[in-house]
Design a binder for this molecule. Structure first.
Ligand code: EPZ
Length: 419
């Protein structure tokens, strides 16, 4: 079991380059089933991506991952496609459930393992199945698998989601791609990663229009079977490093390979706390700040404050004077980082779904345990600002979603190593 050892209080300086978005790459890999040939660039080399590629290979696609260029080339010309997503692959990477929409709309059947829960919640897929049934799919659950059939193909539908779900919106978009006739989806998630998936599907010939939380999809005449796409940057990785630089930048830290407009909301929230951010075309400069202001915030679907940045923001707020509040309104159990941060000296109490953070508090290094992807990176941030040494166990959680985290931080003078 690998660990990270961090020596805290090192000032950071230099430049961090942001990788491609894991949460855009995963649905786009699922969408590559709909193409005959796809070249996808700027993909992050993280565990979840490798698992999704394993799943595509298992289904029968031919993939060529060129790691040194962060590019993958995918061919789907085989006749014997295996429309099965097995438990062993889906259990470690829940987004495997996204192949359901692609397989169903193209091959009229799919057998996909129920993804099961994870540390942050039960993670149901009822909204995914609700949408697919509206397209005319026959769905049954048997032995932990979703068995979906649509003998005469899927039919376009008008679907209003009862609640906002990123994954269910993505599965519905994939299903709509080859559904007969027009589809209108309402009350959709509209995260930048979904807009990137829509760009990919448009390159494959779909007519898609987004208006507010409504998305309409219709087949277009000009069908193309080959697509080239560059995945957007990872806005959660960006937010993580913006928080790190605020806490530790010597003077300032440059973060590049991004489009600041896409995360203008998150930037505005961090500016409200007092973080000094200078925006350039493809980069931002974050200046070290002493005076930060307390804040009360609730996690919301985009364009609200992302739940995936909640743990990282919490670490920042331990250094801010006064009582700040974060309400976690998306997942039922996403405060696992709190007991670990408390062991490092943070003053955080939880009332219902709200964490109340009293700052500023001096954090001291400790041996801690990662529990889920974003909680583990919040422990890295805490280790960077704490006195002495922090040892983080179970860092396989980190490897699922952060490409070359130690290398990027070491390049900015952090003292961090993996053993
Ligand atoms: C996506 O998960 C992301 N994962 C998550 O990032 C992210 O936290 C989440 O969206 C919210 O932004 C990927 O994109 C691979 P949801 P997803 O469906 O699609 C409930 C990370 O750290 N719900 O928007 O699973 C659900 O339980 C990961 O990279 C249902 O009730 O999120 C949750 O409470 C963690 N029924 C809420 O909706 C359903 O059928 C939002 O979930 C589906 C979801």
């Amino acid at each position: 079991m690998q660990k990270l050892i961090i020596k805290g209080k090192k000032e950071l300086s230099g430049k961090i380059s942001i990788s491609g978005s894991k949460n855009a790459t995963l649905p786009i890999l699922a969408a590559s089933i709909l193409a005959e040939h796809a070249i996808i660039k700027n993909i992050p080399l993280v565990k979840d991506i490798f698992t999704m590629v394993d799943l595509l290979n298992f289904i029968g696609l031919k993939t060529k991952l060129i790691k040194k260029n962060n590019v993958i080339e995918i061919y789907n010309k085989s006749k014997n496609i295996n429309t099965l997503a097995p438990y062993k692959l889906v259990k470690t990477m829940r987004a495997g459930v996204l192949v359901l929409g692609s397989l169903l709309t193209k091959y009229k059947k799919a057998k996909v393992s129920l993804p099961g829960g994870c540390a942050i919640g039960t993670r149901p897929v009822d909204l995914h199945l609700f949408a697919l049934k509206k397209f005319g799919a026959k769905i049954k659950i048997k032995d932990g698998y979703i068995i979906a059939k649509a003998r005469s193909g899927l039919k376009g539908a008008n679907i209003r989601f009862p609640s906002i779900s990123v994954g269910a919106t993505e599965n519905a978009l994939l299903a709509a791609f080859k559904a007969k006739g027009k589809t209108v989806l309402k009350n959709c998630a509209i995260e930048p990663e979904i807009i990137d998936l829509i760009k990919f599907l448009k390159k494959l010939g779909a007519n898609i229009h987004v208006k507010g939380r409504s998305i309409s999809i219709s087949e277009s005449k000009k069908k193309t079977s080959s697509v080239l796409h560059k995945v957007i940057f990872d806005r959660i990785e960006l937010g993580t490093y913006m928080i790190a630089s605020t806490l530790l930048a010597k003077k300032n830290l440059v973060i590049d390979k991004i489009d600041p407009k896409i995360i203008q909301r998150e930037i505005n929230i961090l500016k409200k706390i007092g973080i000094k951010i200078i925006q350039k075309k493809n980069s931002i400069i974050v200046k070290k700040r002493e005076k930060l202001k307390k804040i009360s915030i609730t996690t919301k679907p985009y364009p609200g404050f992302p739940t995936d940045l909640q743990a990282q923001l919490m670490v920042l707020l331990t250094q801010v004077k006064g009582k700040s509040k974060i309400k976690e309104d998306i997942f039922e159990n996403r405060f696992m980082h709190v007991p670990e941060l408390r062991r490092m000296g943070a003053q955080i109490e939880i009332k219902n779904k709200t964490a109340i953070i009293t700052g500023p508090t001096k954090l001291t290094g400790a041996e801690v345990m990662a529990t889920d992807l974003r909680a583990s990176v919040s422990l890295v941030l805490a280790g960077l600002i704490a006195e002495n040494r922090t040892i983080i166990n179970r860092i396989y959680h980190l490897d699922r979603g952060y490409e070359s985290l130690e290398r990027k931080l070491k390049n900015c003078k952090a003292e961090i190593q993996r053993i």
